[in-house]
Write a protein that binds this ligand. Sequence first.
Ligand SMILES: [Fe+2]
Length: 273
Amino acid sequence: MRQMNDISAATLNDILIAEGDLHAARMAIFHSSGAGYVVFRNFLDGAQLRHMRSFWLDFDVAASGFLPFSGKAAFRPECPNFVSKDDAGNCVYHNFLWNPPVDELTWSAAWAVHGIRSRISGRSFFAETLPHGGRAVSARVTISRQSQEWIPQHRDYMNHDRRFEKNQFDFSRIQATLILSKAGVDYRGEGFRFQRNDGAEVDLAVAENLAPGDLVLWRYNNLHSVGSVEMLPGGSGFMRILFPLEEMHAAPEIAPSSRSFLARLAANLFGKA
Ligand SMILES: [Fe+2]
């Protein structure tokens, strides 16, 4: 009998989660009897995993057109991709789906992962992919190599003070982590810690013996954190892709004088550009 938190019916090659698995996945994530997460084992096959790891470990960001990440206020419709790196070798690449894919497989996986997550949370497969609404997904490739205190314990989508604002207080939200590294081989330390629906705190990678290529969908409201991480010799560090829904900010106003001739002509003829 299939275990509640071990659903393997969806892979990148299938793209869609089977209709019959939606209920089991929702029970595992949302119900008090569930773990608060589901694992899709081998979501990436071996070749896909090898490609994705080597692509991002060897990624030449200087030639990529990524801009230095200066804060989430720069996230706006049709913005470029962003990168942050530090001296300890920690890297974060923010990929948005409207940009030409730097790696087609990562881009395809982002659509699939986000679509499966959206369907389990009761949204359409294509919701929040392109920036028409308040939020849009980014594929955040994250490589943690040396970190004492990474992300303190917190809950997402639980901002009670802003509960009447769109998307600020939403129990249906699910985060996705596509695992690209192995605890004990690529890194040691606390890694990703997660509070299950029964209140127990676990290191998910250890508790579920997660392997590179596995996909974990987890309840965004549950307490979670990333603790100390240390890359092991010959390893990649703690490497994974997260799929946060980023708030889209308004594009900066363009001064009329810097508009193109055609835009100014259109403004004169039709009253707007
Ligand atoms: Fe979070």
